[in-house]
Design a protein around this ligand. Structure first.
Ligand code: GTP
Ligand code: MG
Length: 197
């Protein structure tokens, strides 16, 4: 898919404040600092459409971007950020789960995980919750440029084996680098395929 236009629509504090659910929507989620906002910018060919930061916890609201005037891309706050207070972390969790469960036009979630790490409990638990809640998701490995190609494949293999301990089928997997602008095209192809443009 070619990106002709990508524009910021609004930031919402809760799902009820999100734009009218009249277009198909795809959301990026994952731990703080995993690279959600950076990958959105890379895919949209835009330097700072979504705000990025070296400090985890940058994105604290639900951010909607309108792409090619016919679908929404959503940047969600990261989950599991240890440095905020427990009650604030609970608030974020509620914001995210309420958004996911109530957003009627949400087609797919992209769960981002850092390709350098072994499967983390919090990510696996989140995917488990998606499965139990009937929420479709794909896994997006980020920061592939930080590993040598062989090492990246190896880590993905470890991840797959881990998932197959509890899942009968693997979700779609994507290997990306926002830095090198790789992998995002396959995500866009998937979006095009699952959408009635
Ligand atoms: P929160 O909004 O805090 O949840 O973080 P986020 O997931 O949106 O992460 P963000 O895109 O802000 O990126 C976090 C840090 O990782 C920044 O310093 C980015 O420059 C860096 N980063 C993101 N993607 C990549 C990548 O593909 N390669 C490399 N080398 N660095 C990346
Ligand atoms: Mg962010």
């Amino acid at each position: 898919m070619q990106i002709k236009t990508a524009e910021f629509v609004k930031s919402s504090q809760k799902w009820q404040e999100c734009p009218e659910p009249n277009l198909p929507e795809y959301a990026f989620i994952g731990r703080s600092n995993v690279g959600k906002s950076s990958l959105i910018n890379a895919m949209m060919n835009h330097k700072d459409l979504a705000k990025t930061s070296q400090t985890p916890g940058k994105t604290q609201l639900i951010n909607h971007f309108l792409v090619n005037e016919n679908w929404y891309l959503t940047d969600l706050p990261g989950y599991g950020y240890a440095k905020v207070s427990k009650s604030l972390r609970k608030d974020f969790e509620k914001l995210i789960t309420n958004y996911i469960l109530n957003r009627k036009n949400l087609v797919n979630l992209f769960v981002l995980v850092d390709i350098r790490h072994t499967p983390q409990k919090i990510d696996l638990e989140f995917m488990q919750w998606c499965g139990e809640s009937g929420v479709p998701f794909s896994i997006v490995f980020t920061k592939a440029d930080k590993l040598k190609p062989g090492a990246a494949e190896k880590n993905v293999g470890i991840y797959k084996n881990d998932l197959l301990q509890t899942w009968e089928e693997l979700p779609d997997l994507y290997i990306t680098s926002a830095e090198k602008k790789t992998g995002g095209d396959l995500i866009l192809d998937y979006i095009q395929k699952t959408n009635d443009f």
